[in-house]
Design a protein around this ligand. Sequence first.
Ligand SMILES: Cc1cc2nc3c(=O)[nH]c(=O)nc-3n(C[C@H](O)[C@H](O)[C@H](O)COP(=O)(O)OP(=O)(O)OC[C@H]3O[C@@H](n4cnc5c(N)ncnc54)[C@H](O)[C@@H]3O)c2cc1C
Length: 459
Amino acid sequence: MISSALMEELKSIVGSKNVLSKKDECFDYGYDATLTEYSADAVVFPTSTEEVAQVIKLANKHLLPVISRGAGTNLSGGTVPHKGGIVLNLTRMNRVLEIDTQNNLAVVEPGLVNADFQEILAPYGYYYSPDPASMKVCTIGGNVAENAGGPRCLKYGVTREYIRGLEVVLPSGEVIVTGSKNKFTNDGYDLTKLMIASEGILGVFTKIIVSITPIWEAKKTMLCSFDRIEDASNTVADIVGAGIVPTTLEMMDNLLINCAEDHTKVGLPRDAAAILLIEVDGYKEDLPGQVETIHGVCKKNNVREFKVAQSAAEVDQLWLARRTVIGAVARKRPSYSLQDVTVPRNKMPAIVNKIVEISQRYDLPIGVLAHAGDGNLHPLVLFDERDKIEVEKVHHAEGEICKAALELGGTLSGEHGIGTLKLPYLEWEFSKEAIELMKGIKRLFDPNNILNPGKVLGV
Ligand SMILES: Cc1cc2nc3c(=O)[nH]c(=O)nc-3n(C[C@H](O)[C@H](O)[C@H](O)COP(=O)(O)OP(=O)(O)OC[C@H]3O[C@@H](n4cnc5c(N)ncnc54)[C@H](O)[C@@H]3O)c2cc1C
């Protein structure tokens, strides 16, 4: 509970219009893309670093939890205020402060929506490479805090590779700057990298210096369908083994092909066991050779149909199907849970077989969606959250998927983070000593444990 005197102090910092305190209003900012939902005691909408710093200082003085929030699209429980406190909604800090094409950089505020940034950069002939499938709504601040990936991260790397520096409000309310506008720095500990993927537990980003990239002159998009999911998964490592790193190499199984097709009607092959959506980019004259090599690898792996998109509209349709498929599963079952285990790419066939086996054993539909080139899988478990027995089965099935990935040399999360969802599995991946070290870093930054308590490390 926040006292009325404290509420008045919050209002004096950000203005009374920028504080919500009614339970139902706060509830609107207490969810994310998992199934959990709680109500904070207050939601504040700061518009400047100074306001963020003052709110944090106040919260630290009164030992109130602070949950930074972008668009709330995270898939790990990261923005759910399960211990109450203040939700710090950063979406009004959404300006592009600087675009510098000569140094390939931009400075942005954390609440900027990823797709809006891409649109602003396009007239300059530039783009920002990390492209989570949620890019139409998710924010750059949320992307940094989760180290977001996306389809084209196979060739160009995840968010971590694109963040040069940060302005951060620490849990004490002090403001620090990490990194710089320079692409390379080698000065002391890399605090920028420490902040990336910290899921809101170490500091609040208020400015972000990012690298931007010139748009290539050409790209080719291919849709490859297979009768056996093993053939599709084997193709993934074989393409990279043949010396080609495509921009994207995405996979969807039959269940998800049909969900996507029901939703978008773009003409996906409903009877295929799996499809790969592959894109290459570069100089115009280099692309036909790459497409030919990829076609050869697909043929070796029994591809049934290999289609190269013939128009920009066709490319857009294919990506529409891919980017909206997670929401499209609502047509099949009312609830879904999505993991993001990652395995070395040549272990894709093994993990996919294991997921199919788990799905059959638990009698639960599990769709296989993957940034396959990165070995990053999104098994989508479909169920009904009102059925408590089914929910229990989902927890067991997901635990088994996580364990299987680790046994294959993988990790619990390729891009969605730990939050609260994967907390129970953390010690399967890390030793007690490593977890203690991480907790020590958290204590150093946040001795009063006010920033997103209970997340990532469970403290
Ligand atoms: C349909 C769908 C598709 C998705 N596809 C992808 C994908 O392809 N790749 C991928 O990586 N993820 C994907 N995601 C997950 C999600 O979109 C990403 O994790 C995204 O980066 C979250 O951004 P957000 O603005 O919604 O952050 P939020 O969900 O609001 O917050 C995420 C975390 O960041 C912290 N945070 C937010 N802003 C700040 C800040 N300024 N300072 C410090 N901490 C902060 C929060 O406390 C929280 O812990 C998908 C999600 C959905 C629902």
